[in-house]
Unconditional design. Structure first.
Length: 592
């Protein structure tokens, strides 16, 4: 796991810039630093390494001099041993390293070019310098687990793992106000947009090719990046489906826990992390961690359920209790890590901060919601549309109901952005080409939008700022293929939330009422009302004053009275929206 930087141009480059950018994201990899300047002095690669696999021999950039190929790579490839054996058997490749997945990727690219990416099961962002073709190739995994951003300047390009690494080394940046509108509506900014004009996120499942001859750049999806629906499991009985899901998830966990460093597990009161802990603890004693607030704020905590699960499976369990006053002081610092406004959950920062001195790797349950439950959003949507029988999904209405909470009688005109359309963002596309139902469309939209741009993005930034690698075994390629092939009516049960996952694990799943009967856990959240109304009240009243935030013309004049004042008087209906705006104002005030 690393931070990676690439510079390329048709002319000679500033040889110090790549190292300067690399320094700005060195928290991503404190174990080793590496850099490379090409003979032509038009390409520079740099990286900061968090050494987890093949610690001794995995130094980067990695170069195959004879083949004129170089690579820097951030992530883990969990089928790399199989790919290594394939390359040895079919192409007689002679490996330098013992088990480095970085070398596997480069040698696979040597024989398969960009078709190599579809063979990779894991999480990755990478940059390859193909001297034979005078090209820089950069790519990102199909689910968006690992980030990659770029800025093209005339006939040059800079590529990095984090937005703030680019912005801290470039001047004259202009804010993209269309992206601010998207942030207010969703709470995050989806790839390829960022808060700045000219700096873009590479969308999940995409690759870019920059020509050192012409200075041109082409961005598109790499072959095989989509998960196509199949009917392979159509004839299987429920029992057989359950058995197949359990066995495939066990294999996924086994693959994703491969490490030369110790691995720990995140344990909340939710079904997803409980499922992973249930299966992992059957094979060995594991360490689990739960994060929450001090006892004064127990209503936001998950400690009591997590403790029951830990006791049941005899894990080495640790409770991480956050002091909310200290957390409030850290909020501006945490926001700055994203390089742009982010309105999602921030407490995970304390989880990664607490474990970093003991563990480099943590297994999480991210992805389980989108695969099995989707937060029961189809029910919420159907409850607030006139024609429930139609199979045509109104995506504009969907985003208003789910992301803007218009089902709570919120007036979108208060945002003063009636020109907003989710199609503004070219990456708000459906994950699969063939859509069978309205339910499929909703799952695909969230899987392709909120999962990579909210949950995975947040997890990467907060974990890597603490030099910790967060893994997501629910997003194992083989497991996702299996679940995506199961009809939506079997995957999502409104009356018995995530029953497919629970039934698949079977008798091994803990018989704990708070877990099994939990309808729809929304994830560990902040006590937003207490933060904004009490602990951060002085800061809130300063940055949310109408003289300050109405200058942006993002809100109607009535926004302060109808939303902010109502919130301060105890109205929590739009608390998530108020939090987003509050974070934006902090970001603007501090020039973050």
């Amino acid at each position: 796991m690393c931070g990676i930087v690439g510079l390329a141009s048709i002319n000679e480059i500033n040889t110090k810039l790549a190292n300067l950018i690399n320094l700005k994201q060195s928290h991503r990899g404190p174990d080793d630093q590496g850099n490379l300047l090409s003979n032509c002095k038009r390409v520079s690669l740099a990286m900061s390494r968090l050494a987890i696999l093949d610690i001794k021999h995995g130094h980067q950039p990695m170069v195959l001099k004879k083949d004129r190929l170089s690579i820097i790579f951030n992530g883990e490839i969990f089928n790399s041993n199989n790919l290594r054996n394939f390359l040895i058997k079919n192409f007689n490749e002679k490996f330098i390293t013992s088990h480095s997945d970085t070398e596997v990727i480069l040698r696979l690219y040597k024989h398969k070019n960009i078709d190599a990416f579809k063979e990779l099961n894991g999480m990755f962002s990478l940059i390859i310098f193909d001297e034979n073709k005078d090209q820089i190739i950069f790519a990102r995994d199909r689910f968006g687990i690992k980030p990659l951003l770029y800025k093209k300047i005339n006939q040059s390009i800079v590529i990095a793992s984090e937005l703030q690494a680019i912005t801290n080394t470039h001047t004259n940046l202009e804010i993209d106000y269309a992206s601010i509108k998207e942030y207010i509506n969703f709470g995050f900014i989806s790839a390829p947009k960022t808060i700045y004009q000219g700096i873009k996120k590479l969308p999940q499942g995409n690759f870019g090719v920059f020509s050192l001859k012409s200075g041109s750049l082409v961005i598109k999806r790499w072959p095989g990046s989509n998960i196509e629906k199949t009917n392979d499991n159509k004839l299987l009985t429920d029992d057989n489906i359950n058995e197949k899901i359990k066995n495939t998830l066990i294999q996924s966990i086994d693959r994703w826990k491969q490490s030369d460093e110790d691995v720990c597990y995140s344990l909340s009161s939710g079904i997803d992390s409980t499922s992973i802990v249930t299966l992992a603890s059957k094979k060995q004693k594991i360490s689990t961690f739960t994060v929450g607030f001090e006892k004064k704020y127990d209503q936001w905590n998950e400690f009591h359920v997590a403790k029951k699960i830990s006791d049941l499976f005899k894990t080495d369990h640790t409770e991480i209790r956050i002091n909310i006053e200290s957390f409030a002081e850290d909020v501006p610092k945490i926001i700055s890590m994203f390089g742009e406004p982010y309105g999602g959950g921030l407490p995970s920062f304390n989880l990664f901060k607490a474990i970093k001195n003991k563990f480099k790797v943590i297994m999480t349950g991210i992805g389980g919601d989108e695969l099995f439950g989707n937060y029961l959003r189809i029910d919420r949507y159907n409850n607030h549309i006139n024609d429930k029988d139609t199979q045509i999904l109104n995506l504009q209405k969907y985003f208003e109901i789910i992301y803007l909470n218009t089902d709570r009688n919120f007036d979108v005109e208060l945002l003063n952005n009636n020109d907003f359309n989710y199609k503004q963002n070219e990456n708000h596309i459906l994950f699969c080409d063939k859509i069978l139902s309205k339910e499929d469309q909703i799952c695909n939209f969230d899987f392709n939008t909120q999962l990579p741009n909210d949950f995975l993005h947040m997890t990467d930034i907060l974990s890597m700022n603490n030099s910790v690698e967060a893994r997501t075994p629910f997003l194992d390629l083989e497991f996702v293929k299996l679940i995506m092939s199961i009809p939506i009516n079997k995957r999502i049960n409104s009356k018995n939330y995530k029953s497919l996952l629970i039934n698949s694990i079977g008798n091994d799943f803990p018989n704990i009422t708070e877990v099994v009967k939990k309808k729809c856990k929304m994830g560990f959240s902040l006590p937003l009302s207490i933060l904004m109304r009490e602990i951060m009240r002085t800061k809130f009243e300063k940055v949310m004053h109408p003289r300050f935030f109405l200058k942006s013309n993002l809100f109607s004049p009535n926004f302060y009275e109808d939303i902010i004042q109502a919130f301060l008087k105890g109205d929590n209906r739009y608390i998530e929206l108020v939090w987003r705006v509050f974070i934006l104002q902090i970001w603007l005030e501090n020039g973050l």
